[in-house]
Design a protein around this ligand. Structure first.
Ligand SMILES: *[C@@H]1O[C@H](CO)[C@@H](O)[C@H](O)[C@H]1NC(C)=O
Ligand SMILES: *[C@@H]1O[C@H](CO)[C@@H](O)[C@H](O)[C@H]1NC(C)=O
Ligand SMILES: *[C@@H]1O[C@H](CO)[C@@H](O)[C@H](O)[C@H]1NC(C)=O
Ligand SMILES: *[C@@H]1O[C@H](CO)[C@@H](O)[C@H](O)[C@H]1NC(C)=O
Length: 333
Protein backbone atom coordinates (compact mmCIF):
# COMPACT_ATOMS: atom_id res chain seq x y z
CA UNK A 1 0.00 0.00 0.00
CA UNK A 2 1.28 3.47 -0.91
CA UNK A 3 0.59 5.91 1.87
CA UNK A 4 -1.35 9.11 1.36
CA UNK A 5 1.73 11.30 1.85
CA UNK A 6 3.57 9.39 -0.91
CA UNK A 7 0.72 10.05 -3.31
CA UNK A 8 0.88 13.71 -2.37
CA UNK A 9 4.60 13.78 -3.04
CA UNK A 10 4.17 12.07 -6.42
CA UNK A 11 1.39 14.47 -7.37
CA UNK A 12 3.59 17.40 -6.40
CA UNK A 13 6.48 16.05 -8.49
CA UNK A 14 4.18 15.54 -11.48
CA UNK A 15 2.90 19.07 -11.13
CA UNK A 16 6.44 20.48 -10.97
CA UNK A 17 7.36 18.50 -14.09
CA UNK A 18 4.32 19.75 -15.99
CA UNK A 19 5.07 23.34 -15.00
CA UNK A 20 8.71 22.98 -16.05
CA UNK A 21 7.78 21.53 -19.44
CA UNK A 22 5.22 24.24 -19.99
CA UNK A 23 7.74 26.90 -18.96
CA UNK A 24 10.42 25.54 -21.24
CA UNK A 25 8.12 25.36 -24.24
CA UNK A 26 6.78 28.84 -23.63
CA UNK A 27 10.27 30.29 -23.31
CA UNK A 28 13.13 29.23 -25.49
CA UNK A 29 13.92 26.18 -27.53
CA UNK A 30 17.08 25.38 -25.63
CA UNK A 31 15.23 24.54 -22.40
CA UNK A 32 13.44 21.75 -24.21
CA UNK A 33 16.79 19.98 -24.37
CA UNK A 34 16.38 19.06 -20.68
CA UNK A 35 13.46 16.87 -21.59
CA UNK A 36 14.05 15.77 -25.16
CA UNK A 37 17.12 14.71 -27.03
CA UNK A 38 17.07 16.92 -30.10
CA UNK A 39 18.39 15.41 -33.29
CA UNK A 40 21.53 17.39 -34.16
CA UNK A 41 21.03 19.51 -37.23
CA UNK A 42 22.76 17.94 -40.21
CA UNK A 43 25.29 20.42 -41.49
CA UNK A 44 27.95 20.13 -44.15
CA UNK A 45 31.23 18.91 -42.67
CA UNK A 46 33.51 21.92 -42.44
CA UNK A 47 37.30 21.71 -42.38
CA UNK A 48 39.11 24.68 -40.96
CA UNK A 49 41.53 26.20 -43.46
CA UNK A 50 40.16 24.19 -46.40
CA UNK A 51 39.15 27.19 -48.54
CA UNK A 52 42.39 28.94 -47.65
CA UNK A 53 44.42 25.99 -48.92
CA UNK A 54 42.47 25.85 -52.17
CA UNK A 55 42.56 29.62 -52.58
CA UNK A 56 46.35 29.67 -52.28
CA UNK A 57 46.55 27.26 -55.23
CA UNK A 58 44.57 29.75 -57.33
CA UNK A 59 45.61 33.13 -56.02
CA UNK A 60 49.01 32.38 -54.50
CA UNK A 61 50.02 32.54 -50.86
CA UNK A 62 49.46 35.48 -48.50
CA UNK A 63 46.44 36.90 -50.28
CA UNK A 64 44.65 36.15 -46.99
CA UNK A 65 46.79 38.79 -45.31
CA UNK A 66 44.74 41.46 -47.05
CA UNK A 67 41.79 42.78 -45.03
CA UNK A 68 38.37 42.02 -46.53
CA UNK A 69 37.14 45.57 -45.93
CA UNK A 70 39.07 48.83 -46.19
CA UNK A 71 40.08 50.34 -42.85
CA UNK A 72 40.50 53.97 -41.90
CA UNK A 73 43.87 53.38 -40.28
CA UNK A 74 45.36 52.24 -43.58
CA UNK A 75 44.56 55.61 -45.13
CA UNK A 76 44.73 58.00 -42.22
CA UNK A 77 47.98 57.22 -40.41
CA UNK A 78 49.82 55.19 -42.99
CA UNK A 79 49.07 56.23 -46.52
CA UNK A 80 48.88 52.81 -48.12
CA UNK A 81 50.04 53.35 -51.67
CA UNK A 82 47.94 51.66 -54.29
CA UNK A 83 49.26 50.57 -57.67
CA UNK A 84 45.95 50.78 -59.46
CA UNK A 85 43.02 53.13 -59.77
CA UNK A 86 39.46 51.95 -59.14
CA UNK A 87 38.08 49.37 -59.46
CA UNK A 88 41.40 47.54 -58.89
CA UNK A 89 42.92 49.90 -56.32
CA UNK A 90 42.36 53.20 -54.55
CA UNK A 91 44.99 55.29 -56.31
CA UNK A 92 43.70 58.85 -56.72
CA UNK A 93 40.54 58.30 -54.64
CA UNK A 94 42.17 58.48 -51.22
CA UNK A 95 40.63 61.75 -50.04
CA UNK A 96 37.09 60.72 -50.90
CA UNK A 97 37.68 57.32 -49.39
CA UNK A 98 38.98 58.83 -46.17
CA UNK A 99 35.71 60.68 -45.66
CA UNK A 100 33.71 57.52 -46.34
CA UNK A 101 35.77 55.37 -43.98
CA UNK A 102 35.33 57.94 -41.22
CA UNK A 103 31.57 57.30 -41.14
CA UNK A 104 31.38 53.60 -42.03
CA UNK A 105 32.91 50.56 -40.34
CA UNK A 106 35.26 47.75 -41.30
CA UNK A 107 34.88 45.04 -38.66
CA UNK A 108 33.81 41.47 -39.35
CA UNK A 109 30.88 40.79 -37.00
CA UNK A 110 31.66 38.83 -33.83
CA UNK A 111 29.09 36.19 -34.87
CA UNK A 112 31.31 35.30 -37.85
CA UNK A 113 34.63 36.04 -36.17
CA UNK A 114 33.91 33.59 -33.34
CA UNK A 115 33.13 30.61 -35.60
CA UNK A 116 35.69 27.79 -35.65
CA UNK A 117 34.71 26.96 -39.21
CA UNK A 118 32.86 29.35 -41.50
CA UNK A 119 30.36 27.79 -43.88
CA UNK A 120 29.48 30.24 -46.61
CA UNK A 121 27.14 30.22 -49.56
CA UNK A 122 27.28 32.72 -52.39
CA UNK A 123 23.80 33.10 -53.84
CA UNK A 124 23.98 34.19 -57.47
CA UNK A 125 20.99 35.75 -59.19
CA UNK A 126 20.66 33.08 -61.87
CA UNK A 127 17.41 31.64 -63.20
CA UNK A 128 18.33 28.16 -61.95
CA UNK A 129 17.21 29.20 -58.47
CA UNK A 130 13.63 29.41 -59.70
CA UNK A 131 11.62 26.53 -58.20
CA UNK A 132 14.80 25.18 -56.60
CA UNK A 133 13.29 24.96 -53.07
CA UNK A 134 16.79 25.69 -51.74
CA UNK A 135 15.61 28.34 -49.28
CA UNK A 136 15.93 26.25 -46.10
CA UNK A 137 19.29 24.84 -47.17
CA UNK A 138 20.62 28.34 -47.91
CA UNK A 139 19.44 29.70 -44.54
CA UNK A 140 21.49 27.02 -42.73
CA UNK A 141 24.87 28.42 -43.82
CA UNK A 142 26.74 30.63 -41.33
CA UNK A 143 27.29 33.30 -43.94
CA UNK A 144 24.89 33.98 -46.82
CA UNK A 145 26.30 36.34 -49.44
CA UNK A 146 23.93 37.97 -51.93
CA UNK A 147 24.48 40.20 -54.91
CA UNK A 148 23.23 43.54 -56.12
CA UNK A 149 19.47 44.12 -55.97
CA UNK A 150 18.44 40.45 -55.88
CA UNK A 151 15.15 40.27 -53.97
CA UNK A 152 14.39 37.95 -51.08
CA UNK A 153 10.79 38.95 -50.32
CA UNK A 154 8.45 36.61 -52.16
CA UNK A 155 11.26 34.20 -53.13
CA UNK A 156 12.12 32.82 -49.66
CA UNK A 157 11.36 29.21 -50.58
CA UNK A 158 13.88 29.22 -53.39
CA UNK A 159 16.57 31.63 -52.21
CA UNK A 160 16.16 31.76 -48.42
CA UNK A 161 15.67 34.80 -46.24
CA UNK A 162 19.00 35.18 -44.47
CA UNK A 163 21.46 37.74 -45.83
CA UNK A 164 24.74 38.13 -43.97
CA UNK A 165 26.36 40.30 -46.62
CA UNK A 166 25.23 41.93 -49.80
CA UNK A 167 27.69 43.17 -52.42
CA UNK A 168 26.44 46.09 -54.47
CA UNK A 169 27.44 49.27 -56.30
CA UNK A 170 25.33 52.46 -56.56
CA UNK A 171 23.62 51.49 -59.82
CA UNK A 172 22.76 48.02 -58.49
CA UNK A 173 21.58 49.09 -55.02
CA UNK A 174 18.03 48.10 -54.15
CA UNK A 175 15.84 51.16 -53.62
CA UNK A 176 14.30 49.62 -50.53
CA UNK A 177 17.24 48.06 -48.65
CA UNK A 178 15.20 47.40 -45.49
CA UNK A 179 12.78 45.06 -47.29
CA UNK A 180 15.40 42.86 -48.96
CA UNK A 181 17.94 42.62 -46.11
CA UNK A 182 18.01 41.66 -42.43
CA UNK A 183 18.62 44.37 -39.80
CA UNK A 184 22.19 43.12 -39.36
CA UNK A 185 23.07 42.57 -43.04
CA UNK A 186 26.43 44.05 -43.99
CA UNK A 187 26.07 46.26 -47.06
CA UNK A 188 29.34 45.87 -48.91
CA UNK A 189 30.06 48.58 -51.44
CA UNK A 190 32.02 47.52 -54.51
CA UNK A 191 33.49 50.74 -55.88
CA UNK A 192 34.07 50.92 -59.63
CA UNK A 193 34.78 54.65 -59.80
CA UNK A 194 35.46 57.58 -57.48
CA UNK A 195 31.84 58.73 -57.90
CA UNK A 196 30.77 55.59 -56.03
CA UNK A 197 32.58 56.78 -52.90
CA UNK A 198 31.05 60.20 -53.41
CA UNK A 199 27.56 58.66 -53.70
CA UNK A 200 27.79 56.73 -50.44
CA UNK A 201 29.21 59.77 -48.65
CA UNK A 202 26.35 62.05 -49.77
CA UNK A 203 23.80 59.39 -48.82
CA UNK A 204 25.19 58.65 -45.37
CA UNK A 205 26.09 62.25 -44.44
CA UNK A 206 22.97 63.64 -46.09
CA UNK A 207 24.92 66.00 -48.32
CA UNK A 208 23.79 67.35 -51.66
CA UNK A 209 23.30 64.42 -54.04
CA UNK A 210 25.03 64.27 -57.40
CA UNK A 211 23.11 62.58 -60.18
CA UNK A 212 25.63 62.77 -63.02
CA UNK A 213 28.31 60.20 -63.61
CA UNK A 214 26.24 57.03 -63.21
CA UNK A 215 25.15 54.73 -66.03
CA UNK A 216 21.81 54.15 -64.28
CA UNK A 217 20.07 56.23 -61.60
CA UNK A 218 21.19 55.09 -58.16
CA UNK A 219 18.92 55.65 -55.14
CA UNK A 220 19.11 59.20 -53.81
CA UNK A 221 17.47 58.31 -50.53
CA UNK A 222 18.75 55.10 -49.04
CA UNK A 223 17.67 54.25 -45.52
CA UNK A 224 20.59 52.31 -43.98
CA UNK A 225 22.69 52.44 -40.83
CA UNK A 226 26.22 53.67 -41.73
CA UNK A 227 27.64 51.14 -39.24
CA UNK A 228 26.32 48.32 -41.47
CA UNK A 229 28.18 49.66 -44.52
CA UNK A 230 31.55 48.23 -45.53
CA UNK A 231 33.89 49.06 -48.41
CA UNK A 232 35.20 45.96 -50.17
CA UNK A 233 38.95 45.92 -50.56
CA UNK A 234 39.61 46.48 -54.31
CA UNK A 235 42.40 43.94 -53.98
CA UNK A 236 39.78 41.23 -54.56
CA UNK A 237 38.77 42.83 -57.85
CA UNK A 238 42.43 42.84 -58.83
CA UNK A 239 43.00 39.15 -58.14
CA UNK A 240 39.64 38.12 -59.64
CA UNK A 241 40.63 39.93 -62.85
CA UNK A 242 44.22 38.81 -62.88
CA UNK A 243 44.18 35.28 -61.43
CA UNK A 244 40.70 34.08 -62.45
CA UNK A 245 40.22 35.85 -65.78
CA UNK A 246 43.91 36.34 -66.69
CA UNK A 247 43.32 39.96 -67.62
CA UNK A 248 46.63 41.75 -68.15
CA UNK A 249 46.94 44.19 -65.25
CA UNK A 250 49.55 46.36 -66.97
CA UNK A 251 47.22 47.35 -69.79
CA UNK A 252 43.91 47.62 -67.97
CA UNK A 253 43.01 50.85 -69.68
CA UNK A 254 42.83 49.01 -72.98
CA UNK A 255 40.95 46.03 -71.58
CA UNK A 256 37.36 46.98 -70.94
CA UNK A 257 36.45 43.63 -69.39
CA UNK A 258 35.68 43.46 -65.67
CA UNK A 259 34.71 40.61 -63.33
CA UNK A 260 31.02 40.38 -62.39
CA UNK A 261 29.88 40.99 -58.81
CA UNK A 262 29.29 37.22 -58.60
CA UNK A 263 32.86 36.29 -59.45
CA UNK A 264 34.06 38.97 -57.07
CA UNK A 265 31.87 37.57 -54.28
CA UNK A 266 33.33 34.08 -54.82
CA UNK A 267 36.84 35.55 -54.65
CA UNK A 268 35.99 37.32 -51.40
CA UNK A 269 34.34 34.21 -49.93
CA UNK A 270 37.45 32.13 -50.63
CA UNK A 271 39.34 34.60 -48.43
CA UNK A 272 36.76 34.87 -45.65
CA UNK A 273 35.38 31.35 -45.31
CA UNK A 274 36.48 27.75 -44.70
CA UNK A 275 33.85 26.24 -46.99
CA UNK A 276 32.35 27.96 -50.04
CA UNK A 277 29.25 26.73 -51.86
CA UNK A 278 27.54 28.50 -54.73
CA UNK A 279 23.92 28.53 -55.88
CA UNK A 280 22.25 30.30 -58.79
CA UNK A 281 25.37 30.80 -60.86
CA UNK A 282 25.59 30.36 -64.60
CA UNK A 283 23.89 31.84 -67.64
CA UNK A 284 21.80 30.23 -70.37
CA UNK A 285 23.55 29.11 -73.54
CA UNK A 286 24.28 31.91 -75.97
CA UNK A 287 21.82 30.44 -78.53
CA UNK A 288 19.02 30.38 -75.95
CA UNK A 289 17.85 33.91 -76.67
CA UNK A 290 14.50 33.62 -74.89
CA UNK A 291 15.68 32.23 -71.56
CA UNK A 292 15.68 34.84 -68.79
CA UNK A 293 18.94 35.13 -66.88
CA UNK A 294 17.74 36.10 -63.39
CA UNK A 295 15.30 34.40 -61.01
CA UNK A 296 13.38 37.60 -60.42
CA UNK A 297 13.19 39.61 -63.64
CA UNK A 298 12.49 39.10 -67.31
CA UNK A 299 15.77 40.05 -68.91
CA UNK A 300 17.79 37.92 -71.30
CA UNK A 301 21.45 37.58 -72.21
CA UNK A 302 21.02 40.46 -74.64
CA UNK A 303 21.08 42.86 -71.67
CA UNK A 304 24.62 41.68 -70.86
CA UNK A 305 25.97 43.03 -74.15
CA UNK A 306 28.20 46.01 -73.52
CA UNK A 307 28.33 45.30 -69.79
CA UNK A 308 32.06 44.62 -69.91
CA UNK A 309 31.58 41.08 -68.61
CA UNK A 310 32.63 37.97 -70.49
CA UNK A 311 30.29 35.35 -69.07
CA UNK A 312 31.81 32.43 -70.98
CA UNK A 313 35.25 33.22 -69.64
CA UNK A 314 33.85 33.50 -66.11
CA UNK A 315 32.09 30.15 -66.53
CA UNK A 316 35.45 28.54 -67.37
CA UNK A 317 37.01 30.07 -64.23
CA UNK A 318 34.17 28.81 -62.02
CA UNK A 319 34.32 25.34 -63.64
CA UNK A 320 38.01 25.21 -62.83
CA UNK A 321 37.35 26.10 -59.16
CA UNK A 322 34.60 23.45 -58.98
CA UNK A 323 36.88 20.82 -60.46
CA UNK A 324 39.65 21.49 -57.97
CA UNK A 325 37.16 21.35 -55.10
CA UNK A 326 37.53 24.98 -54.03
CA UNK A 327 33.77 25.38 -54.54
CA UNK A 328 30.70 23.17 -54.57
CA UNK A 329 27.57 23.95 -56.62
CA UNK A 330 24.07 23.65 -55.14
CA UNK A 331 22.41 24.25 -58.51
CA UNK A 332 23.42 22.95 -61.92
CA UNK A 333 26.47 24.70 -63.22
C1 LIG B 1 52.14 28.24 -50.66
O1 LIG B 1 52.59 27.71 -49.44
C2 LIG B 1 52.54 26.28 -49.40
C3 LIG B 1 52.89 25.82 -48.00
O2 LIG B 1 53.75 26.71 -47.35
C4 LIG B 1 53.49 25.73 -50.44
O3 LIG B 1 53.46 24.33 -50.41
C5 LIG B 1 53.06 26.21 -51.81
O4 LIG B 1 53.96 25.79 -52.79
C6 LIG B 1 52.94 27.74 -51.83
N1 LIG B 1 52.31 28.13 -53.08
C7 LIG B 1 52.73 29.14 -53.83
C8 LIG B 1 51.95 29.43 -55.06
O5 LIG B 1 53.67 29.83 -53.51
C1 LIG C 1 7.85 26.80 -61.23
O1 LIG C 1 6.73 26.12 -60.69
C2 LIG C 1 5.49 26.67 -61.09
C3 LIG C 1 4.40 25.99 -60.30
O2 LIG C 1 4.62 24.63 -60.15
C4 LIG C 1 5.35 26.50 -62.60
O3 LIG C 1 4.12 27.06 -63.03
C5 LIG C 1 6.51 27.22 -63.29
O4 LIG C 1 6.46 26.98 -64.68
C6 LIG C 1 7.84 26.74 -62.75
N1 LIG C 1 8.89 27.58 -63.30
C7 LIG C 1 10.03 27.09 -63.78
C8 LIG C 1 11.01 28.09 -64.31
O5 LIG C 1 10.30 25.89 -63.78
C1 LIG D 1 35.22 35.71 -73.92
O1 LIG D 1 36.02 34.63 -73.44
C2 LIG D 1 36.10 33.55 -74.32
C3 LIG D 1 36.80 32.40 -73.61
O2 LIG D 1 37.94 32.85 -72.93
C4 LIG D 1 36.81 34.00 -75.60
O3 LIG D 1 36.90 32.92 -76.51
C5 LIG D 1 36.02 35.14 -76.22
O4 LIG D 1 36.71 35.66 -77.34
C6 LIG D 1 35.80 36.27 -75.22
N1 LIG D 1 34.85 37.21 -75.78
C7 LIG D 1 35.10 38.51 -75.82
C8 LIG D 1 34.04 39.35 -76.40
O5 LIG D 1 36.14 38.98 -75.42
C1 LIG E 1 26.68 20.79 -60.19
O1 LIG E 1 26.91 20.95 -61.57
C2 LIG E 1 27.12 19.73 -62.29
C3 LIG E 1 27.41 20.06 -63.72
O2 LIG E 1 28.56 20.82 -63.82
C4 LIG E 1 25.89 18.85 -62.17
O3 LIG E 1 26.14 17.62 -62.78
C5 LIG E 1 25.52 18.64 -60.71
O4 LIG E 1 24.31 17.96 -60.63
C6 LIG E 1 25.41 19.99 -60.02
N1 LIG E 1 25.12 19.77 -58.60
C7 LIG E 1 23.93 20.09 -58.09
C8 LIG E 1 23.79 19.82 -56.62
O5 LIG E 1 23.04 20.59 -58.72
Amino acid sequence: MISKSRWKLLAMLALVLVVMVWYSISREDRYIEFFYFPIPEKKEPCFQGEAERKASMIFGNHTRDHPIFLQLKDYFWVKTPSTYELPYGTKGSEDLLLRVLAITSYSIPESIQSLKCRRCVVVGNGHRLRNSSLGDAINKYDVVIRLNNAPVAGYEGDVGSKTTMRLFYPESAHFDPKVENNPDTLLVLVAFKAMDFHWIETILSDKKRVQKGFWKHPPLIWDVNPKQVRILNPFFMEIAANKLLSLPMHQLRRVKQKPTTGLLAITMALHLCDLVHIAGFGYPNAFDKKQTIHYYEQITLKSMAGSGHNVSQEALAIKRMLEMGALKNLTYF
